[in-house]
Write a protein that binds this ligand. Sequence first.
Ligand SMILES: Cc1ncc(COP(=O)(O)O)c(C=O)c1O
Length: 400
Amino acid sequence: MNPLLSLLQPYPFERLRQLFAGVTPSAAHRAISLGIGEPRHATPPFIQEALAANLSGLASYPSTAGDPSLREACAGWMQRRYRIPVNPATQVLPVNGSREALFAFAQTVVDPTRAGATVVCPNPFYQIYEGATLLAGATPYYAPSDPARNFAVDWDSVPEEVWQRTQLLFVCSPGNPTGAVMPLPEWEKLFALSDRYGFVIASDECYSEIYFRDEPPLGGLEAAAKLGRSNYRNLIAFTSLSKRSNVPGLRSGFVAGDAALIKAFLLYRTYHGSAMGPAVQAASVAAWNDEVHVEENRALYRQKFAQVTPMLAEVMDVRLPDAGFYLWAKVPDALGMSDAEFAQALLAQYNVTVLPGSYLARDSGGANPGAQRVRMALVAETAECAEAASRIVQFIQSRT
Ligand SMILES: Cc1ncc(COP(=O)(O)O)c(C=O)c1O
């Protein structure tokens, strides 16, 4: 066996199962889960139709680089969304969802033979960054997010000797679970660090189309272009249809950026065997070329968050995030409970599932930046989310 497998941590949902093992959920309430961040709005019929209309593609092997029509659709979307040029032949690659791509990219970039190979990632963070790092033979370094600065990651807290060993930096904007969007000055800081220390930046942007402010979230390549880095040196952005188009089961996304990194990634993927099926490619072209369904989807989330957030804000420290579909709420101190105890008691009393924040973060510098917070994924219909929120309000009021 690969000894690195033993370094992997139990996935947060596995820990949640263990946490809930001895708990009997209230039988008086229908179960509502805000635990898993899986989009639940309806898949647009035109995407299903494009998939069904292209089943003849099953008769041939697809190429790892994807059909030119798909790469052109991806580049076209980047142009419309971010007003930046991306060369479909050299700067774009389709991937089977951003999860596998984030994982595979670390295997492509990290050189474990260099002493102290380190990957820096935010804390709390999407769990794949850690597993990808460990299986690539590197050590993760967790940079905490700062609640006092809209959960911006405190990059200044990373010591110089860590940056010197850093080969890869994961960023997540909009962030999971915090919903924070990285502004241009933060990108400028990271680009300067990347130039100084030579590391690659992997920018996870899979929530970019679900946002609550007027301005759409700044993309990594967009930030690079604004700062005159038109070749996107040492930068790759990861984008996905899962949340944008409500197709988590399609497994479709793309990466874009530095042509040298794309070339190496294509080589890795050719051997890894991660070409996208032709029917999925055709459905993806249809999805990237349409923006109407994305606007409708965003409107649904906006309406939902506008209703649910103020309800919860009455009883706990929570606010509308910049973007994404999570609320990152603080467990009220007056309850005298940890985040895990809060989740357990809420399930027992009101049959609502939330994810303890500490499960999404690691202890660093003597503290777990997810502790005393819970993540609520507002993915169900508005009425169900509002029902969950009103139960949480009752729960907190009954104990304070
Ligand atoms: C931050 C983040 N990145 C990436 C992903 C992976 O999404 P997908 O593989 O469906 O593109 C998720 C999924 O929940 C996520 O939360």
